[in-house]
Design a protein around this ligand. Structure first.
Ligand code: SUD
Ligand code: ADP
Length: 267
């Protein structure tokens, strides 16, 4: 069985408050995008993970794919499986690639072994693997509150836009990004702002992490500037960075010529 865990972008992100458990309450809109990993699973003599593509740091047992398998194997009698993960989504990018792999592993195990876990229960398993992870269970645009795990559907359709993602050669640690931010209650509700025409988002739909991340990493800010110079209708950092995305009604044919060396382009 093969699945294609996709990335997400954040359309605005407000860090609302620090919680007693050290995590932060936030408000954001998650939107799924096409950029995807490929994850294959087959029954095997022992449970193992092999990988190709972008090399994920850390040993296989720390990989969220195996963590998801371990999580379900505590409650279900799962036979051993061989996973192969081909990694296309850069990590430390704010694209949620690790969380997507984890959520798709849970869904694949549920389907393949007919575990009969309902979507609500699957989201509960997912939230123990990462705050972003429950979103990828339904994988539909959603307004997220709490630590990012309380989701309600939001009707946004960006199908008329081309989504272009730029990623500098370095990563930003999510933990570090949260550590450098001063939480504040937002004036406006993002789910409402996201209903405005995309052309009005530049002034209204803000990712709070840009304030704390741009001064330390000016190259990320530069990526956003390039996207606007090239005619993006909206551009923003996603999550805690380091990737930025641009939404284009018309992407210039010579776009790639304007991107400095060392910056990766995904579309
Ligand atoms: C910032 C966001 C926005 O979508 O995405 P990314 O940039 O990582 O994609 C998320 O909140 C990231 O969620 P996720 O990447 O799943 O976080 P986790 O692995 O659960 O947590 C990593 C670390 O980030 C901090 N953290 C995470 C989520 C949250 N709501 N408050 C936090 O303070 C904690 O210090 C935690 O130890
Ligand atoms: N399958 C996976 N894909 C990507 N990262 C993974 C995976 N499994 C575990 N990780 C760990 O998660 C970290 C990426 O998490 P994070 O910084 O939150 O990424 P992002 O901001 O892109 O969502 C990596 O540094 C890696 O150690």
């Amino acid at each position: 069985m093969i699945v294609f865990p996709n990335a997400k972008i954040n359309i605005g992100l407000h860090v609302v408050a620090k919680r007693p458990d050290g995590y932060h309450n936030l408000e954001t809109v998650f939107y799924p995008v096409q950029l995807s990993d490929a994850l294959e699973m087959a029954e095997s003599r022992e449970t193992k993970l092999t990988t190709s593509g972008i090399e994920v740091d850390g040993p296989p047992e720390k990989n969220l794919v195996l963590k998801a398998w371990q999580l379900l194997s505590r409650d279900f009698d799962l036979p051993p499986v061989h996973f192969h993960l081909h990694k296309n989504i850069p990590f430390g990018a704010g694209l949620g690639g690790g969380s997507a792999d984890a959520a798709f592993t849970l869904k694949m195990l549920n389907d393949f072994f007919s575990l009969q876990i309902g979507p609500g229960e699957l989201k509960k398993y997912a939230s123990t693997l990462g705050a972003d992870c429950p979103f990828f269970i339904e994988n539909k645009s959603a307004f997220a509150t709490g630590i990012g795990n309380e989701l309600s559907p939001v009707d946004i359709d960006l199908s008329e836009f081309q989504v272009v993602i730029l990623k500098p050669g370095f990563s930003v640690s999510t933990q570090e990004a949260y550590g450098n931010i001063v939480p504040a209650h937002p004036e406006f509700n993002l789910a409402e702002l996201a209903k405005l025409p995309v052309e009005r988002w530049k002034e209204t739909v803000i990712n709070d992490f840009e304030k704390s991340v741009f001064p330390a990493y000016p190259e990320i800010k530069k990526c956003r500037e390039i996207l606007y110079q090239q005619g993006a209708n909206y551009a923003s950092m996603t999550g805690s960075g380091s990737a930025v995305f641009g939404l284009f009604r018309h992407l210039p044919a010579d776009f790639d010529n304007f991107i400095p060396r060392g910056i990766y382009i995904y579309r």
